[in-house]
Design a protein around this ligand. Structure first.
Ligand SMILES: [Zn+2]
Length: 265
């Protein structure tokens, strides 16, 4: 499986896959996460006509994609692979939707599902990945200090984050490209939130004059400059995506996306 996932390096390789090859690739990625009956969670299942299975315990028959992120939106396998590849390369709007053979709204639903599936792999983000409303809007950044393996950077939702922002606002909040960044506070190396959150709280901000000394901040500034700012509603998942990109150090995101989108919700 690894070879197949790594084998797709650029967009043309997705375009050259037949519908059957694309379907097979997604099915194999699904099976790496095992099988689970959606009714009783039994893992022993027998194969019916592809892509259907029957539970050995309750006899319920179900599709391989049932209960996984990839189930919604229901789009052709090749469109999924194309959308994931576009997300890896940051291809948005019409160019991405055309390549994936999807309307723009469906294309964005696929990207949203892919980002949610990525975030859901982290237990601290699972709830946020599942819901859209009433979720934390302030995030703490922790940098690894021991340098012994593990991820170099971690971003986590901060409960009661808005109160923390009010307290920390005396430090002077700096913003750029629609997001705000507060250096070291309350055990975190930094706090970060969408600029609109501060506006809503009536907290005064000043723009960064220059960005130095914090590699993740520089990274975030570069990324948000490319995207002309990020809508408030998609900021949390966007931030999680940036953590993974930053920690990946330029490694392709596609294998990870394929893995998360075929996992169970
Ligand atoms: Zn069952």
């Amino acid at each position: 499986m690894r070879e197949i996932m790594d084998g797709i390096r650029d967009l043309s390789e997705v375009a050259e896959l037949s519908a059957t090859q694309a379907q097979l690739l997604l099915e194999r990625a699904c099976l790496r996460h095992g099988l689970r009956c959606p009714r009783c969670a039994e893992s022993r299942c027998c194969r019916l006509r592809p892509p259907r299975f029957r539970c050995s315990r309750c006899a319920h028959s179900f599709r391989l994609f049932t209960g996984r992120w990839i189930e919604r939106p229901r789009i052709p396998a090749r469109s999924w692979l194309a959308a994931l590849k576009c997300l890896e390369f940051d291809i948005r709007g019409q160019a991405g939707s055309r390549f994936a053979g999807l309307s723009e709204p469906v294309y964005y639903r696929a990207l949203d599902a892919a980002r949610r599936s990525l975030a859901a792999q982290d237990p601290a983000w699972k709830a946020l990945a599942a819901e859209s409303e009433g979720q934390p809007e302030v995030f703490g950044v922790r940098r690894s200090r021991n340098g012994k393996g593990g991820e170099p950077l971690r971003i986590e939702p901060v409960g009661g984050g808005k109160d923390l922002l009010r307290l920390a606002s005396d430090l002077g909040v700096r913003h750029r490209n629609g997001f705000a960044y507060l250096s070291a506070y309350a055990g975190y190396d930094a706090l970060v939130c969408h600029g609109a959150v501060l506006k809503e709280l009536g907290i005064a901000t000043r723009a960064f004059d220059r960005v130095t000394g914090d590699p993740f901040l520089s990274f975030l500034v570069n990324r948000t400059t490319r995207h002309f700012g990020i809508p408030r509603s998609s900021f949390p998942l966007y931030l999680k995506e940036q953590e993974l990109r930053f920690n990946g150090g330029g490694l392709p995101l596609f294998p990870r996306l394929l893995d998360s989108i075929t996992s169970y919700r």
